[in-house]
Design a protein around this ligand. Structure first.
Ligand SMILES: Nc1ncnc2c1ncn2[C@@H]1O[C@H](COP(=O)(O)OP(=O)(O)OP(=O)(O)O)[C@@H](O)[C@H]1O
Length: 242
């Protein structure tokens, strides 16, 4: 569960209000999509949830652990896939995965099996011996996803996770997100791809210019807009009129 309460963040000494008084709760057992156009504040909010940035105001708890007051406990509750997969390019894939397993204290017996399974699922078994700097964008994205899932945390937080993935890997990741949520755990991800949100999310929030303008299920969003139009139309209408 992720509890976000009255969170705000500005840049440039208050001149750019990136996130403005956002409150929402992501329940166990759901895939929650965070949707917004470019510059809406998605990455800023995700950086605050994951403790990369401090909020100016408000509080964020992950499974009851406050990210500001108990950062280590809170960080053990989640895995994070950032939108930029440029990491440790001088390591091989398998070195990177072992490094991530060390950081999250995954025992050697467990890690061998998990690494093997995840590498197979993302068709990365052969490439794992190669340097990350030789990978395509999609392969880097896949190795970051595998590294993030190794310690099997209850909460998954993913920033634009489908970007750069081929259709097969994108499908597999969506399936894994569903399995994770169906096991009673939490998935929170940002996207500006409406189709992904439409297909995958149990609930979603729409953010524009830092403010949350809608939070609910797809059905609720459609009722909210009175007519049964595509999410794309509703999204454009909501963000343009906000
Ligand atoms: N380090 C920074 N310094 C100043 N302004 C910033 C900084 N990071 C983001 N911003 C601004 O804050 C606002 C929100 O940016 P953010 O990156 O959170 O949006 P986003 O929804 O993730 O966008 P995108 O989909 O394009 O990645 C934008 O106006 C952006 O220009």
């Amino acid at each position: 569960m992720i509890e976000i309460c009255g969170v705000s963040k500005s840049y440039n000494r208050g001149q750019v209000k990136a996130v403005d008084d956002v409150s929402l709760t992501v329940q166990d057992g759901e895939i929650f999509g965070f949707l917004g156009p470019n510059g809406a504040g998605k990455t800023t909010l995700i950086k605050m949830i994951t403790g990369i940035l401090n909020a100016d105001r408000g509080s964020i708890k992950i499974n009851g652990r406050d990210i500001k007051d108990s950062p280590l406990e809170a960080k053990m509750q989640f895995s994070f896939v950032p939108d930029d997969p440029n990491i440790f390019s001088r390591l091989t894939g398998i070195e990177y995965l072992n490094f991530m397993a060390d950081v999250y204290q995954v025992s050697s017996e467990i890690r061998v099996e998990r690494i093997q399974k995840l590498l197979e699922r993302f068709e990365m078994s052969t490439a794992a011996a190669d340097l990350i700097q030789s990978y395509s964008h999609g392969m880097k994205q896949k190795i970051v996803v595998i590294g993030a899932l190794l310690h099997n945390p209850p909460v998954w937080i993913l920033d634009e996770p489908m970007t750069g993935l081929d259709p097969r890997s994108s499908y597999d990741l969506k399936e894994m997100m569903r399995e994770h949520a169906d096991a009673g755990k939490t998935v929170f991800f940002s996207t500006h791809v409406l189709e992904v949100a439409e297909k995958v999310c149990d609930r979603l929030a729409i953010i524009n210019k830092g403010r949350m303008i809608f939070c609910g299920s797809l059905e609720e969003i459609r009722t909210h807009a009175r007519e049964n139009r595509s999410l794309e139309n509703l999204f454009l209408e909501l963000t343009e009129n906000a």
